[in-house]
Design a protein around this ligand. Structure first.
Ligand code: NAP
Length: 258
């Protein structure tokens, strides 16, 4: 018996669905019975992922679309597919994100604008664009993926990434209040270091990972599936009274006093 812990009959868009947390989220959503559109920039990875998921879940609709979240024309292409095939959207997961790690004076304008465009402006633009389709769902959920880097502390990611994630957390609260009566819940997940390609440069640095683990009460980093599980819960009707919340998944880092 599922007790309603399901995403059956939900139609979801997951950005950045070919690697890391996004890939784990696509897997979790399909396992829970959702139909999924996912996006990423590398065409061959999108095609391969779509073929793999479609053969594993022949009863569900799985569609991969090559789209850069920071390009309006690409977002409109995804919107057109959803509007044509589904006419509504139940779940938007703004997962796609990037980082370029540098000291603040070393960033070019192009570099920090790219970080802000992908991590902060794209989730805002997706939400605005998809608003009519989310509203039509009647029970919609937006789940944003921010970071511990955006919540009160500096973790050495570089300032543009931290700025983008702090803004995304506040964007979540504003939209949650604005759209509460429209039947659209908006929440955000803030992971600590998670075992994905994005974090690989940090995780492969022995001194850095030793320091990270020494500061993490659980003594380990997260696996992408542990973050995907939170995203899935926030997407489900089971979390129907939760909106505007920032769920911090950090192995105890933020509540550790030492
Ligand atoms: N891993 C961590 O330690 C960690 C910690 C806190 C927060 N996060 C956040 O979690 C989210 C996922 O991170 P991750 O670690 O899973 O990253 P990842 O391993 O680098 O995967 C990112 C995914 O997003 C796609 N993507 C990147 N830029 C895109 C763009 N402009 N348009 C469309 N798709 C794009 C990538 O595919 P393409 O390259 O083909 O586009 C890939 O599928 C990000 O928002 C990140 O900031 C991660």
């Amino acid at each position: 018996m599922s007790f309603g812990w399901t995403l059956q009959n939900k139609k979801a868009l997951i950005t950045g669905g070919t690697k890391g947390i996004g890939k784990a989220t696509v897997a979790a959503f399909l396992q829970l019975g959702a139909s999924v559109v996912f996006t990423a920039r590398h065409a061959e990875e999108v095609t391969a992922a779509e073929a793999q998921w479609s053969s594993q879940y022949p009863e569900l609709q799985v569609k991969g679309i090559v789209a850069d979240v920071s390009l309006e024309s690409n977002r409109l292409h995804v919107y057109d597919w959803i509007a044509t095939h589904w006419q509504q959207l139940d779940v938007l997961v703004n997962n796609a994100g990037i980082n370029i790690r540098k000291k603040t004076p070393e960033y070019t304008r192009q570099e920090y604008e790219q970080i802000l465009a992908i991590n902060m402006l794209a989730p805002f633009e997706w939400a605005r664009l998809l608003y009519p389709l989310l509203k039509r769902s009647g029970k919609a959920a937006i789940v944003n993926v921010a970071s511990v880097a955006g919540s009160n502390i500096d973790i050495g990611t570089g300032s543009p990434y931290a700025m983008s994630k702090a803004a995304l957390i506040q964007q979540t609260r504003s939209l949650a209040v604005e759209w509460a009566k429209e039947g659209i819940r908006v929440n955000v997940v803030s992971p600590w270091y998670t075992n994905t390609p994005l974090a690989a440069p940090v995780l492969q640095n022995e001194a850095r990972i030793a320091h990270i683990l020494s500061r993490t009460p659980m003594g380990r980093i997260a696996q992408p599936e542990e973050i995907a599980a939170i995203i899935a819960f926030l997407a489900m009707d089971k979390s129907s009274y939760i909106t505007g919340q920032n769920i911090i998944a950090d192995g105890g880092l933020s509540i550790s006093g030492l």
